[in-house]
Design a protein around this ligand. Structure first.
Ligand code: ADP
Ligand code: MG
Length: 353
């Protein structure tokens, strides 16, 4: 009898356990389903600024307002830092070059401060006073090969040490022939600006892309990483992807803007040492950093420096990179080794740096 009762109770206990387990699975499943289905559709917004599309995907109840606010903030930033905008901070500094310190916006001042650090640490491979040369080559409107003599004459005007940062948001250019072009950091700075708006707006998470720069904000559900597709420099397809939890990613590539003259192809990333397009054996560099200005400045700097000389610079700024060489080899810094996966067939993952 006791045995029989025990048998029943064992069976009941087993059934109860099974039932409870099934209920548990069901509950968990419902919870996951609820979380997923309660996930609102993100707000998406595409606008145009800094000569590029500004593409935003913003999650959270404030998504739409935040995307609009970020778009406005990016346009305001452009009006501060573009040399093309007549009354921008940069236009003012260029106009008053060789004269007194000028008052500029705090955002412009901070961008200049970070950019100048990269100028210094890159030994001038990245140089915010590239303007006389970038205007000469005129990649945006009427690209052409300048006379060698003219390039040589303009070269001494390119020197970041002629940029003076004062206190209280002031700056000056030391000589009248110095001029600023923040083209290499503008899009990254725009990502910083958008992310600052997301932070203030309390949105759940968001991703912003401005040309070749991307800003990631917030965490994806279940700890999933953001997946940032990298472009195959030779086609419009994908080279591979970076799976990242956070940060900013910028790519500089010779394919972005180029023209051909007398059978030679010239691209828009200039070597301040020669005055000609940088020839470092690279076709693209993607940099991952803690800020958009940094990733953008570093991607340009690394493109000029080439693979080996880029490594100390990346280390200095706690950043990582994916390099693509002219002979289709892909190199990844150690800190991005696990995050990067190569998908394009025509390339070889040559090694970790
Ligand atoms: P993109 O503007 O295509 O995203 P980059 O961020 O690499 O590419 O910036 C290239 C732009 O930066 C050029 O169009 C020019 O305005 C400027 N530039 C070119 N060479 C340099 C350089 N060595 N240092 C700083 N700025 C540069
Ligand atoms: Mg750049």
């Amino acid at each position: 009898m006791r045995k029989w009762l025990q048998h029943i109770s064992n069976r009941t206990a087993r059934r109860l356990t099974l039932l409870l387990a099934a209920a548990g699975v069901l509950l968990l499943g419902t919870a996951v389903w609820l979380t997923l289905s309660m996930e609102e559709e993100p707000a998406t917004l595409t606008t145009f600024a800094m000569g590029s599309y500004v593409q935003q995907t913003v999650y959270g109840s404030q998504g739409e307002e935040a995307a609009q606010a970020a778009s406005t903030a990016v346009t305001e930033l452009e009006n501060r830092i573009s040399w093309r905008v007549e009354d921008s901070d940069i236009a003012l500094l260029n106009q008053e070059a060789g004269k007194d310190f000028q008052e500029i916006g705090s955002q412009t001042w901070e961008i200049l401060q970070t950019a100048l650090q990269v100028c210094q640490q890159s030994g001038g491979a990245f140089d915010v006073t590239i303007a006389p040369l970038s205007w000469l080559w005129n990649f945006d409107e009427n690209p052409h090969l300048p006379e060698a003599d003219t390039i040589a004459a303009f070269l001494p005007q390119v020197n970041w040490e002629n940029v003076l940062l004062g206190e209280d948001n002031t700056a000056a250019l030391k000589t009248s022939s110095t001029a600023l072009d923040l083209g290499a950091v503008g899009k990254g700075a725009a990502c910083d600006t958008a992310v600052a708006v997301y932070q203030e707006s309390g949105v759940d998470r968001a991703v912003v892309a401005v040309g070749g720069s991307i800003g990631l904000w917030g965490e994806k559900p279940f700890g999933d990483p953001w997946r940032v597709a990298l472009r195959d420099p030779a086609t419009d397809g994908s080279l591979g992807e970076l799976a990242l939890q956070e940060g900013f990613v910028s790519t500089s590539g010779s394919y972005e803007k180029q023209f051909e003259e007398d059978g030679t192809t010239y691209h828009h990333i200039l070597d301040p040492d020669t005055g000609y397009p940088a020839q470092s054996g690279l076709v693209s560099v993607t940099v991952w950093s803690s800020s958009g200005v940094l990733s953008d400045a570093l991607s340009t700097a690394c493109f000029v420096l080439g693979l080996e000389d880029s490594l100390p610079l990346l280390e200095e700024f706690a950043s990582g990179a994916v390099f693509v060489t002219e002979d289709n080899q892909v190199y990844v810094t150690e800190n991005l080794q696990d995050a990067f996966s190569l998908t394009a067939q025509d390339y070889t993952l040559a090694g970790t740096l």
